[in-house]
Design a protein around this ligand. Structure first.
Ligand SMILES: [Zn+2]
Length: 161
């Protein structure tokens, strides 16, 4: 009998890795965020990254963060978590988990709760002191959504494309 391989990636590394890879699709010059939704039995259901809605050209819409509200990205872009939720056409996301590279904002928190997702695994929490993230945690706590920080393993994965 041969020994099984021991250097395979864990479920958490796999799903956070997919979330990170999804984030790399974002055209946002400042922030690339990715999300990966997973079923209770560890099947990937959906993925998303921050970007413009379908039909809205990456070259015609603004990516800047300041100035006239109609000339900055905030009013147009959809966050990775919302995109991952909306990209799923298979039915219910009840009891699913979402892996996300940045703690969800309050708008995404609402969508996560309403979609029935019950676990959030996040990596970065750099806006922890913002009203948006404080509100997210308050809503998650009230709605019984569990959230915990992904434990980085330091594993480096090189993929040649
Ligand atoms: Zn958001």
């Amino acid at each position: 009998m041969s020994d099984k391989r021991k250097d395979y990636i864990s479920w958490d590394e796999y799903f956070m890795g997919v979330a990170m890879l999804s984030g790399m699709r974002s055209k946002d010059p400042n922030t690339q965020v990715g999300a990966c939704i997973v079923s209770k039995d560890n099947k990937i259901l959906s993925m998303g990254y921050n970007g413009l809605p379908r039909g809205c050209s990456d070259d015609e819409f603004p990516w800047c963060r300041e100035g006239d509200p109609l000339d900055n990205k905030y009013i147009y872009t959809a966050h990775s978590e919302l995109n991952a939720i909306l990209n799923y056409r298979g039915g219910s996301l009840e009891n699913a988990k979402i892996y996300v590279t940045l703690f969800p904002c309050n708008e995404c928190a609402k969508a996560i709760i309403q979609a029935g997702i019950t676990t959030v695994v996040y990596d970065d929490d750099k806006y922890a002191t913002s009203a948006s993230v404080i509100a997210s945690k308050r809503m998650f706590d009230a709605a019984g959504v569990r959230y915990y920080r992904y434990q980085r393993t330091g594993r480096k994965i090189e993929i040649t494309l």
